[in-house]
Design a protein around this ligand. Structure first.
Ligand code: NI
Length: 173
C-alpha cells in the first residue's frame, strides 16, 4: 500500500482551504487507506489531506491505543462539517505531525457533532467529546488551512516555528 510524505510548517499546503470531494470513489478510498498508513507509521492519531499536500476535504483518525495492543479503530471522513458545538469549552495539549515536537494547550468546544461521508460514501454523524473532539476539530481546521499554533499569540507561534526550524536545520526531526 502506498504512503505519503507529511509536509511540515511553513509548507504552503497547510495554509490552503481544501475543496469538497464530489463523491467517495475508489480514488478517495485509496487516498484514505494511504493516509491511514502514513498516520500509523508517523505515528499519529489524525491526519488531514493538506498535510500530505492534497487539497481535498478528506481526513483520517484513529484514537485506539495500538502501542498497548488495542485493535485499530480507523475513522475516515470526507467533507466533514461541524453541525453542533457545545458552549462548554475544553482545554487540552495538542500537537501536530506537521508541527513536529511542538505542543500547546488549545481551548475548543468540548463536544461537537460532525456530519460527513464515510469510507463507503454514506452520510454519517459522529458526536465527539474530549480527545476525539479536539482531534476532529484540529483535523477539520487543517482542511480550512488552520494550524493549532494559529490559536496562540503571535509571539508564542513565532517561538514554536523558530524551534521547529532549528530542529529541521539540525536534522533532528
Ligand atoms: Ni495536525
Amino acid at each position: 500500500m502506498s504512503e505519503y510524505k507529511i509536509v511540515t510548517a511553513p509548507h504552503p499546503a497547510l495554509k490552503q482551504k481544501s475543496k469538497a470531494v464530489s463523491a467517495v470513489d475508489d480514488a478517495v478510498r485509496a487516498q484514505m487507506d494511504a493516509m491511514l498508513k502514513t498516520m500509523y507509521d508517523a505515528p499519529g492519531i489524525g491526519l488531514a489531506a493538506n498535510q500530505v499536500g492534497m487539497l481535498n476535504r478528506v481526513l483520517v483518525m484513529d484514537l485506539s491505543k495500538r502501542d498497548e495492543g488495542e485493535e485499530p479503530s480507523p475513522i475516515c471522513m470526507a467533507n466533514p462539517e461541524i453541525i453542533y458545538k457545545s458552549e462548554e469549552l475544553s482545554t487540552m495539549e495538542e500537537g501536530c505531525l506537521s508541527v513536529p515536537k511542538q505542543y500547546a494547550d488549545i481551548e475548543r468546544p468540548k463536544i461537537v457533532r460532525v456530519k460527513y461521508l464515510d469510507y463507503n460514501g454514506k452520510e454519517a454523524e459522529l458526536e465527539a467529546d474530549n480527545l476525539l473532539s479536539h482531534c476532529v476539530q484540529h483535523e477539520i481546521d487543517h482542511l480550512d488551512g488552520i494550524l493549532f499554533i494559529d490559536y496562540l499569540s503571535t509571539l508564542k507561534r513565532k517561538m514554536l516555528l523558530k524551534k521547529l526550524d532549528k530542529l529541521k536545520k539540525q536534522n533532528s526531526l
